[in-house]
Write a protein that binds this ligand. Structure first.
Ligand code: MCN
Ligand code: CUN
Length: 808
């Protein structure tokens, strides 16, 4: 079910004033709307071309030997038996790499990470040696022939003990390092916030953990590196969400100029943040091709993906919220202990080690807020890069949405009313939060009201009361989130010093067909369709006639890629601007064709038309042919119809949403059934409502998974307890209800078509709704995710567990 509600607020520029209701069009529209995805015909016929489908002539295969220990000194490595294997072509160790200056590589957070361990291993699954062989089976077999002598060390697994006196020092590779401290960082006004708390009538506090989870895309990570010994050009096929960023890092690591490196991302089977980072296996494949002179492929298996690539969250938060006695929120403060694993690879902007966590005052008009975040090393995999998270906003939204519920419960207030009373009001936009973020637009009360209406909130509460009488456990959970997506702006945000502007290039060919080249990279989000729709809307060309090129650094302009739901806010804006540049050129050409002044032309339904004379007009296809012909153009006007654009966003875009989850809990077993889930999202103008809804469906499933089952726990020796899908549980259709979606449309005032990103909204917004619902059902103030049956059962008995450590 979908409910559409347009504000009547016009988007700037040429955005439509009405958003079409979601209905899949059989025929192709000229612009926005729910057209079918162009890429799907290929995918459903099995014609996708993923990394593992690619085989280069003479290609060899690599496999990685990984550490069985979480913390151990490497005494010796004997590779002789592996080297003697008839199919093995090379065995590379940390020593080999040290000789090339490549044993360590920079992370995305100004730390270094071992490519292959030399001195110590620091987490279970860490890369120790790389075997290159004729086929992947031989490479795997040969791993068993490598003898490593380890001397096990005590490990730091519980982040809360990482800074204890006498804790084992994990990063003794770093000069003068005597503890596991990475950073202390704070935001907001501590004194003003403390003052508000001292004067508040009511304060509620809560300790909560957002446990370590993993994006677990269907396709694992991998690459094929191929160094041409004649030209010296390195071509890397790889599963990356950010091809140009990867190329820059390769250039820095290898000391090669960018034009000698080509990164090609083929089709990607899901990223969800897992494919932002650069992993040791990628560097090993490059060294492999340099050593052997032929292409080397490395593809990780599922356990390797779960054990050694980027996890997310692992945030221990102690939050407090202050209010007046009649429920006006006054302040919020939080202390965070962030577990970054053995190497700090979190890919946060340079000056923000906690990413965008400081949006934790959420969607409420709260005058004072302060956070203090401490990052520590532990003997766990590095990363923390991302998982549909907008860089720590997931944690921030969870914190504030749990705190609001805890406060409501303590005071006996209705959680919907408490939220409604405190939401930022429409007339307050642009709204600057206590932490200095400028939210661009929104109509929060209307969005929440819409969700309450779809849910039939009052009726649900009545049903709940009746069920309680009968001893049945039903819960209703609400969350209201504000997301901050579209990283830049360049002046304030960067990764490794790279600003966050993205390029777009558009060429309209003589016959009116077009090619759009983008720096972002789809992993399933449907860019081939939606970006073609943007050009179609601006130029009146059918989306079927617009080819979208992404993923190949030799063929696309520079830009930082697809993450933080930034493709629509940044590359989407670049696409609008480049199409408008082409349209300006087209106007001059059309004026020459129609022998009028450009000022006499109007842009009407995809054509330039002479004002007052509808019979005199030209469509882009006619204009394109003329632009490439001998038509005489005014002095200084270039022919052809193409343009380039670099878009540097002035601000982030701030989508929002109101989510309501209804659960039934089995009192005997603790089993949770998500009965209903209502999601009203506002991502501004929707280019393709069907794709937006698909994004929301996926994110909601993610949220149900995180709230109820996904977990990477460790035992006290650092053994990973979620290294396969037998233990790391993902949600399926069985756990998901039929989602009930609604929408409000508040265009972003600074985006050229008023669109905001949406790719991560539902993953960010849904976990607190599910948790709030379960806790409402069982009448428990707080219990950490995941709320597995065993955990719910124990929480009901006043005995909640530490979910991040081994469950006894
Ligand atoms: N869209 C739209 N109208 C809007 C906003 C978005 O039609 N107002 C469309 C876009 O044009 C695009 C899709 O929705 O086709 C998602 O757009 P956007 O919100 O800009 O997000 P990105 O394209 O930048 O995708 C990144 C985002 C992130 S960061 C993660 S993580 C995630 C997500 O997308 N990973 C995904 N959704 C995913 N979906 C799939 N299938 N696979 C992943 O790996
Ligand atoms: Cu935060 S996961 Mo997405 O940005 O690739």
């Amino acid at each position: 079910m979908t409910t559409t509600d347009t504000t009547g607020v016009d988007a700037p520029g040429t955005a439509p004033t009405e958003v079409a209701p979601t209905q899949v069009c059989a025929s192709t529209p000229m612009g926005y709307g729910s057209m079918r995805r162009k890429e799907d015909a290929r995918f459903i016929r099995g014609q996708g071309r993923y990394l593992d489908d690619i085989a280069l002539p003479g290609m060899l295969h690599g496999a990685i030997l990984r550490s069985p220990f979480a913390h151990a000194r490497i005494v010796s490595i004997d590779t002789s038996a592996a080297e003697a294997h008839p199919k093995v072509k090379a065995v590379i160790t940390g020593e080999t790499l040290a000789g090339l200056g490549l044993a360590w590589m920079p992370t995305l957070s100004h730390d270094v990470q071992a490519v292959l361990a030399t001195d110590k291993v620091r987490f279970q699954g860490q890369e120790v040696a790389f075997v290159v062989a004729e086929d992947r089976y031989a490479a795997r077999d040969a791993l068993g022939l490598i003898e490593v002598d380890y001397e096990p060390l005590d490990a730091v697994i519980d982040a809360r003990t990482a800074l204890d006196e006498g804790a084992p020092v994990i990063r003794d590779d770093l000069d003068g390092r005597t503890d596991n401290h990475i950073f202390d960082w704070e935001a907001g006004d501590a004194a003003a916030t403390d003052d508000v708390f001292a004067r508040a009538d009511v304060v509620a506090e809560c300790d909560m953990l957002y446990p370590r989870v993993h994006p677990a895309p269907m396709e694992t990570c991998g690459s094929i590196a191929s160094m041409d010994p004649v030209t010296g050009k390195l071509v890397v096929y790889t599963t990356t969400q950010a091809p140009h960023a990867h190329r820059t890092v390769y250039a820095l690591v290898a000391g090669l100029p960018e034009h000698k490196i080509q990164i090609i991302a083929p089709d990607i089977g899901g990223g969800f943040g897992n494919k932002v980072g650069i992993y040791p296996g990628y560097v090993c494949a490059v060294v492999g091709t340099i050593v052997t002179g032929v292409p080397v492929k490395w593809v990780e298996d599922r356990s390797e993906n779960l054990m050694a690539t980027s996890f997310a969250r692992d945030y221990h938060m102690r939050g407090e919220i202050a209010s007046t006695k009649d429920g006006k929120l006054l302040g919020v403060r939080v202390k965070v202990l962030a577990d970054h694993g053995a190497f700090n690879g979190t890919a946060q902007p340079s000056k923000m080690p906690a990413g965008l966590f400081h949006v934790f005052s959420g969607s409420y008009d709260i005058a004072a807020a302060h956070c203090q975040v401490t990052g520590v090393y532990t003997n766990k995999a590095p990363g923390g890069v991302a998982y549909a998270c907008s860089f720590r906003i997931t944690e921030a939204v969870y914190l504030i949405e749990r705190l609001v519920d805890v406060l409501a419960r303590d005071q006996g207030w209705d959680p919907a009313e408490l939220r409604m009373k405190n939401l930022v009001q429409p007339e307050q936009f642009p709204y600057t939060t206590a932490l200095g973020w400028e939210y661009d637009s929104g109509d929060y009360p209307r969005t929440l009201q819409k969700a309450l209406d779809i849910a039939g909130y009052a009726e649900l509460r009545r049903e709940q009361a009746e069920k309680r009488e009968r001893g049945e456990l039903m819960g209703i959970g609400i969350s209201f989130f504000t997301e901050a997506v579209g990283a830049g702006p360049r002046k304030t945000m960067d990764i490794l010093g790279l600003g966050m502007a993205d390029g777009a290039e558009l060429r309209v060919h003589p016959t009116g067909k077009a090619v759009l080249r983008l720096s972002c990279m789809s992993q399933g989000q449907g860019h081939s369709t939606t970006f073609a729709q943007i050009v179609a809307q601006e130029l009146g060309i059918s989306p079927d006639d617009i080819e979208v090129v992404q993923g190949d650094t030799d063929q696309t302009p520079f830009g930082l890629g697809t993450y933080a739901s930034r493709s629509t806010p940044v590359s989407g804006a670049a696409t609008v601007m480049v199409a408008r540049k082409v349209r300006e050129r087209a106007k001059i050409v059309a004026a020459a064709m129609l022998e009028v002044s450009p000022d006499d032309l109007e842009w009407e339904k995809g054509r330039f038309q002479v004002a007052g004379d509808p019979s005199a007009s030209a469509a882009i296809a006619d204009i394109a042919m003329a632009a490439h012909s001998d038509l005489e153009l005014p002095d200084g006007v270039e022919g052809h119809l193409d343009a380039t654009c670099v878009y540097n966003p002035p601000n982030l875009t701030y989508p929002c949403g109101a989510y309501i989850c209804v659960v039934d809990v089995d009192a005997g077993t603790g089993q949770v059934k998500v009965r209903r889930f209502i999601a009203v999202d506002d991502c501004g103008v929707r280019i393709n409502p069907m794709i937006v809804e698909g994004q929301v469906h996926g994110g909601l499933a993610d949220g149900v998974g995180m709230a109820l089952m996904q977990l990477m726990a460790f035992d006290s020796d650092g053994n990973h307890l979620g290294a396969s899908f037998m233990d790391y549980l993902l949600p399926t259709a069985m756990e998901c209800p039929s989602w009930e979606l609604g929408e409000t449309v508040t265009p972003s005032p600074h985006h050229p078509i008023g669109a905001k990103g949406v790719g991560e909204s539902a993953t960010v917004g849904s976990p607190p709704a599910v948790v709030n619902a379960v806790l409402d059902a069982i009448g428990v103030r707080h219990a950490d995710m995941p709320l597995t049956p065993a955990h719910v059962w124990r929480a009901m008995r006043g005995d909640p567990i530490r979910t991040d450590l081994a469950i006894d």
